[in-house]
Design a binder for this molecule. Structure first.
Ligand code: NAP
Length: 255
């Protein structure tokens, strides 16, 4: 294994790691020697399945709703209690809900905005705060946030989602500047479509073909491809990439 991609002795917290991209990220770190704290919201069966598939030992499962600030505090406390330190945080937990303005009631609209911003943006902000406090004390760390192409391209049926991810990009860049003097580096990955539960209903049949054709590769990304980029960003040697937003959209939306 490339020494830079060897995470033996390092600890990682991945939010939303029971399924999809988070699961692939957890597997990729464990395969490279890290101990992984797997966060999930409620799907214990999926979280246990992921945990059972991890290489190595010493991993942990942490149920917590990242939209709940007290649960985020407890999640970080128990990670540090068990691991002793936290080298890498991956803010991956996220939700996508359709709430088109043209056909939503005001109530539906308000609910979608609150849930989406609380989970995708404030959840990540609070997790960064709590992890950041530990990383300041231990003298460094790396944070990777999973954003979306939707931050740039627009999300006509889910404007709260696009706004949450644009907010995440801005937050990551602000904190990259604030924390670099303390040896804490912050990166963002902005995928286009990825083949997971979140995208499943949009990838079926003919409408799925239209989605795949958005990329000149005529396909969507795999979760493993996103995970590989996250592992790369978490490796030593990427310090000068801090503050960057890496577009992973198969050239479907170039800016
Ligand atoms: P997914 O298959 O729907 O999985 C979502 C994961 O997040 C699950 O582990 C879920 O836990 C967890 N989660 C959801 N809400 C949570 C909360 N409040 N607290 C803690 N965990 C929570 O989604 P995915 O496609 O892997 O997406 C992962 C990230 O990539 C998201 O931030 C998403 O916005 C982003 N992304 C996805 C795509 C795509 O096309 N799939 C494209 C661009 C960006 P449970 O299993 O317990 O419910």
């Amino acid at each position: 294994m490339d020494a830079l991609l060897d995470f033996t002795g390092r600890t990682v917290l991945v939010t939303g790691a029971s399924r999809g991209i988070g699961r692939a990220i957890a597997l990729a770190f464990a395969a490279r020697g890290a101990r992984v704290a797997l966060n999930y919201r409620g799907n214990l069966a999926a979280a246990e399945e992921t945990a059972a598939a991890l290489a190595g030992t010493g991993h942990m499962l942490i149920p917590a709703d990242v939209a709940d600030p007290a649960a985020v505090t407890r999640m970080l406390d128990s990670t540090i209690e068990q691991f002793g330190r936290l080298d890498i945080l991956v803010n991956n937990a996220g939700i996508y809900e359709d709430h088109p303005l043209e056909s939503s009631t005001y109530e539906t609209w308000l609910d979608a905005w609150r849930r989406t911003i609380d989970t995708n943006l404030i959840g990540a902000a609070n997790t960064m705060y709590c992890a950041g406090q530990y990383m300041l004390r231990q003298g460094g760390g790396r944070i990777i946030n999973i954003s979306s192409r939707g931050a740039y391209r627009g999300e006509p049926a889910a404007p709260a989602y696009g706004a949450s991810k644009a907010g995440m990009n801005a937050m990551s860049q602000s904190l990259a500047k604030a924390l670099a003097p303390y040896n804490i580096f912050v990166f963002t990955v902005a995928p286009g479509w990825v083949d997971t539960d979140m995208a499943e209903s949009y990838l079926e049949g003919q409408k799925g073909d239209l989605v795949r054709q958005q990329s000149p590769l005529s396909r969507v990304a795999t979760a493993d491809e996103i995970a590989y980029t996250v592992v790369f960003l978490a490796s030593s040697g990427t310090d000068y990439l801090t503050g960057s937003v890496i577009d992973m959209n198969g050239a479907s939306h170039l800016r």
